[in-house]
Design a protein. Structure first.
Length: 133
């Protein structure tokens, strides 16, 4: 169900995506599947971020992060950046960069580096942002 939520989320139907993710979370909680819970919580956090409910996004993503989601620091960083918490966003992006640096995929650092560039632009440092990109 959590993966099925990608379709309505991509179409901007956040209510349907949220419903699928909540159902998925309930199933994973009932079966004590921590990986599934973290995945569903991350999806819920992303949906709430897109809806502009940063408090709800932050709550879901914090729980996903505590449950071991490797993507949660990146998504939390996006929430904090959008909410104007630049210092915290930077810390979360650096945390995510540290996570992906140990992975063998050469594309892994792309998202955290792009996020750090976004942070520099928000801090009125476009020249430094351009150096990262």
């Amino acid at each position: 169900l959590a993966t099925l939520a990608d379709v309505p989320r991509a179409q901007g139907d956040y209510d349907t995506a949220r419903a699928y993710l909540l159902q998925s979370l309930a199933i994973h909680r009932e079966s004590s599947d921590s990986g599934g819970m973290a995945f569903a919580l991350g999806g819920l956090g992303e949906v709430e971020y897109y809806r502009g409910d940063y408090a709800a996004a932050r709550a879901y993503l914090t729980e996903a992060r505590a449950g071991g989601s490797e993507l949660a620091p990146y998504l939390l960083g996006e929430v904090e950046l959008a909410d104007g918490n630049h210092a915290l966003a930077g810390s979360l992006f650096r945390e995510y960069l540290a996570i992906v640096q140990v992975q063998k995929n050469p594309w892994s650092p792309v998202y955290p580096l792009e996020a750090l560039a976004d942070l520099l632009i928000a801090r009125q440092k476009p020249t430094l942002a351009a150096k990262i990109l």
